[in-house]
Design a protein. Sequence first.
Length: 138
Amino acid sequence: MKSFRKELWFNVPARRGFVNITRDVEACLKESGVTEGLCLVNAMHITASVFINDDESGLHHDYEVWLEKLAPHEPVSGYRHNVGEDNADAHMKRQIMGREVVVAITEGRLDFGTWERIFYGEFDGRRKKRVLVKIIGE
């Protein structure tokens, strides 16, 4: 069995944003040489997320609105975590959107459903953060 590990780095210039990282992960898969197996992709920061969904701008806007309703950034003083910080909402948004995804690898390709793509979700950006890609298989 082969094992492959690579870190991808992202620096989202805004506080929040969604980045389609599907091509980055596909490049990792090609580099790994694995044709049958599993691919784990996870955010290595507690204020960022990795998730699978459609690459559609309306959906991304709806995520922004929905997440802000569930865990609003303001008022910052409304969160106990925010003593000296202002990112409690980012931790909660990450919890909602998830830490990682696992995708099957079949015949050397990520085995997606129709419209599925992998995204990096940033909820406390403006600095460099990493995503781990771990691929195992034959």
